[in-house]
Ligand binder design. Structure first.
Ligand SMILES: *[C@@H]1O[C@H](CO)[C@@H](O)[C@H](O)[C@H]1NC(C)=O
Ligand SMILES: *[C@@H]1O[C@H](CO)[C@@H](O)[C@H](O)[C@H]1NC(C)=O
Ligand SMILES: *[C@@H]1O[C@H](CO)[C@@H](O)[C@H](O)[C@H]1NC(C)=O
Ligand SMILES: *[C@@H]1O[C@H](CO)[C@@H](O)[C@H](O)[C@H]1NC(C)=O
Ligand SMILES: *[C@@H]1O[C@H](CO)[C@@H](O)[C@H](O)[C@H]1NC(C)=O
Length: 433
């Protein structure tokens, strides 16, 4: 692997290129143009991974892929059954290869002739990069799915069958939605000349009938006719490139404090938990973590504040915790509302006091059996940073504006506007088979 500093430089350069892509002339001009494209999302019951579906190759074949919100690009298993007349291996000297942070021509001397674009495809595993045709459903007016649109020369990494270990059964690879030039939303936006904005609405159920959606191209978003969620989002800036102990990149946001049921969670304001601006260090958002991770120093006061408020505000009794959770409760004392269990509301206070990410019962509580529900947050250990994970992202519409580097979020959606209520139509349901 390249040294971490050159890796960082390359990725930082990438981010700069990415920001400079202009959108001003990319607005759809006529009503016949699709607003954007929409990808269905399901949740896998055994891995708790979120899956999306896309057609690829010539002739088109539907495939399922694990969603990695922070991922740089899409990769698929090219070893087992990748047959396509439109597949093209990228040249290491081509511009697309230059967009991929872990790919290059390798060290000289190089043999003469065509050299494939080669690099890190998944973790420390190498492979070549290729391009092929993909096809995704369009959507109109925030609520209607239209015909599929094809994108030629969609760049992806070629993985091996062994890379699929640990991923949900039946998937063919991973789709990356990170703030990178070759991520799925960036490539679709560029090819279709739609805004570099995508919104993710993850489903809260593993039932196959319960599908969420990822919209690429910008709002409106109508889970229910007449209710446009894009008009009621709260916005916070996101950051993409950060130097940690080990270089990482994805979507980072600023969390100043956490309060539960109106009480501020007491945290030691030392420099292991907080950065120099007073925000919790390196707070990121991940679809690969099923539950939000907190550093131990924050987890302990976090759960004790929640337990205290559950008792004093709602007379809910705690019971012995069930792994991996640290705080569990007797379900019989918990009432249900249109935003899930009636428990103390958790607020993440973001870059200003007015930007508050509100987590109601459906995003905080996890039912582990008929008698016990647990607070769906886990202790990541001393060295962990806050990572907002899947359970807290479900039924919360998150809109990432890659051009403005801004994140809009709805917070916990009530049952009437849940992510699974978006009408994906016949078209994209076919893509999931
Ligand atoms: C794509 O085609 C080239 C030959 O044109 C082949 O070498 C390569 O393995 C193919 N890739 C896949 C993913 O099938
Ligand atoms: C989108 O909305 C416009 C204006 O309300 C309407 O004229 C048009 O028919 C709608 N398109 C579709 C595909 O529903
Ligand atoms: C950083 O990377 C090193 C070597 O790859 C690894 O041993 C270490 O655990 C990593 N540190 C963190 C905080 O992830
Ligand atoms: C954190 O603070 C301690 C003393 O309070 C200091 O010695 C240390 O260098 C600081 N670490 C960082 C990363 O700023
Ligand atoms: C609180 O709950 C307990 C059972 O867990 C019940 O016995 C008690 O009466 C409740 N107190 C109030 C004030 O509702």
């Amino acid at each position: 692997m390249a040294s971490s500093s050159s890796f960082l430089m390359i990725t930082t350069a990438l981010v700069v290129v990415l920001i400079s892509v202009s959108l001003s002339n990319a607005q759809p001009t006529s009503s016949s143009r699709p607003q954007g494209v929409v990808l269905p999302v399901t949740k896998d019951a055994s891995t708790l991974q979120y899956l999306t579906y896309m057609k690829q190759k010539t002739p088109l074949v539907s495939q399922s892929l694990v969603i990695n919100l922070a991922g740089e690009f899409q990769w698929v298993d090219c070893e087992n059954g990748y047959v396509s007349s439109s597949n093209r291996t990228l040249s290491c000297s081509g511009k697309e290869c230059g967009w991929i942070s872990g790919a290059s021509c390798g060290r000289p001397p190089r043999p003469p002739g065509f050299q494939p674009c080669r690099g890190f495809v998944y973790l420390s595993n190498q492979g070549v990069f290729a391009s092929d045709t993909v096809s995704v459903p369009s959507f109109v007016n925030g609520s209607v799915t239209g015909p599929n649109v094809a994108v030629k020369d969609f760049v992806f990494g070629c993985g091996s069958t062994s890379f699929l270990q640990g991923l949900a059964k039946g998937v063919k690879g991973i789709a990356g939605f990170g703030p990178f030039q070759v991520s799925v939303p960036s490539q679709l936006s560029l090819a279709l000349r739609i805004p570099r904005v995508f919104a993710m609405c993850l489903p809260s159920s593993t039932e196959s009938s319960s599908k969420g959606a990822i919209f690429v191209g910008g709002g409106s978003y109508k889970m229910r006719p007449g209710v446009d969620l894009s008009t009621s989002l709260t916005y916070t800036p996101f950051y993409t490139s950060l130097v940690g102990p080990n270089f990482t990149s994805g979507y980072y946001i600023q969390v100043k404090s956490i309060n539960i049921g109106g009480k501020k969670v007491p945290m030691v304001s030392d420099n292991t938990t907080f950065d120099s601006l007073g925000f919790m260090k390196l707070t990121s958002i991940s679809t690969l973590n099923p539950y939000t991770v907190l550093p131990s120093s924050v987890y302990k006061p976090f759960i004790s504040t929640f337990i205290e408020k559950a008792k004093t505000n709602y007379n809910i009794s705690s019971v012995a915790p069930v792994v991996p959770f640290g705080a569990c409760f007797d379900s019989s004392g918990i009432f249900l509302t249109h935003t899930g269990a009636l428990v103390p509301v958790i607020n993440f206070v973001l870059h200003t006091e007015k930007a508050v990410w509100t987590i109601a019962g459906s995003n905080s509580m996890v039912k582990v059996n008929d008698k016990v529900s647990c607070l769906g947050f886990v202790d990541g250990g001393e060295l962990a940073n806050l990572v907002i994970g899947g359970h807290q992202l479900e039924d919360n519409l998150l809109e990432f504006n890659l051009a403005k580097k801004s994140l809009g979020f709805s917070s916990t959606l009530p049952r009437q506007t849940a992510c699974s209520l978006f009408n994906l139509g016949e078209n994209s349901l076919a893509a999931t088979s």
